[in-house]
Design a binder for this molecule. Structure first.
Ligand code: ADP
Ligand code: 5GP
Length: 209
């Protein structure tokens, strides 16, 4: 019986390790499809168009909004980020667990539209460790790092709207915890209504035997 996949939203402060954890999940397991977002932010060194993001001009991004091609979008610091709609739907229909690695506002918009989405918030064990990771990654200037730390304070105000808090201390444990949570979602009654109907029907049919 074909089953739809689970929509998994992973959010967390910039530098929490979301990208690292998602890479680990998709390397270890083949049930995941990672949605690639569109953004107006400039590529970082080593990033490729169509791999980390679809890099767009502001005008191109506005055109995607006009065409209703985005499942959700939000502004983060001074750039826009959005999830292309078609890929998400295609992969869910194919039974893949689709991961959206998106910021808080977009995540809450998705949850409002789709209450069955699984909302996971990833955090390092402390704020000090967060700053250490952002500095250690070496991809942003100190000015941008400070902007992202300020944004983290704002995001923390909405953490309690998520389904689960995931502490990314040891990468392996964090990856396994997420995988287990997703596996558990597949057991939800609401995700198994086809099976419920099948059993009901079989039991009805056996009544006369
Ligand atoms: P995000 O995608 O949340 O912005 P990244 O995945 O880019 O974060 O991780 C930020 C930095 O932290 C990277 O240099 C990464 O190697 C490091 N990092 C990720 N997870 C861990 C961890 N569990 N322990 C230590 N460092 C980590
Ligand atoms: P970064 O510039 O570090 O790649 O991403 C900045 C923030 O934008 C991160 O919190 C990331 O999760 C978020 N983000 C990436 N893609 C999307 C998206 O499609 N929609 C939303 N709402 N946020 C996104």
């Amino acid at each position: 019986m074909s089953k739809k996949g689970c929509l998994v939203i992973i959010s967390g402060f910039s530098g929490a390790g979301k990208g690292t954890v998602v890479r680990e999940l998709t390397t270890r397991y083949d049930n995941y499809a990672l949605s690639i977002s569109a953004t107006t932010r400039a590529p970082r060194q080593g990033e490729e168009n169509g791999r980390e993001y679809f890099f767009k001009t502001r005008e191109e991004f506005e055109e995607l909004i006009r065409q209703d091609a985005l499942y959700e979008y939000a502004q983060y610091v001074s750039n826009f980020y959005g999830t292309p709609k078609a890929y998400v739907q295609q992969q869910l229909d194919a039974g893949k667990d689709v991961i959206l690695e998106i910021e808080v506002q977009g995540a809450l918009n998705v949850k409002a539209k789709n209450p069955e989405a699984l909302l996971l918030f990833v955090t390092p064990p402390s704020a000090q460790e967060l700053k250490r990771r952002l500095i250690g990654r070496g991809t942003e200037t100190l000015e941008v790092i400070n902007e992202r730390m300020a944004r983290a304070s704002e995001e923390a105000l909405l953490m309690d709207r998520y389904d689960y808090l995931i502490i990314n201390d040891k990468l392996e444990e964090c990856t396994e915890t997420i995988h287990q949570l997703v596996q558990r979602e597949h057991l939800r009654m609401s995700a198994n209504l086809d099976m419920v109907e099948k059993i009901k029907k079989e039991l009805e049919e056996m009544k006369g035997e």
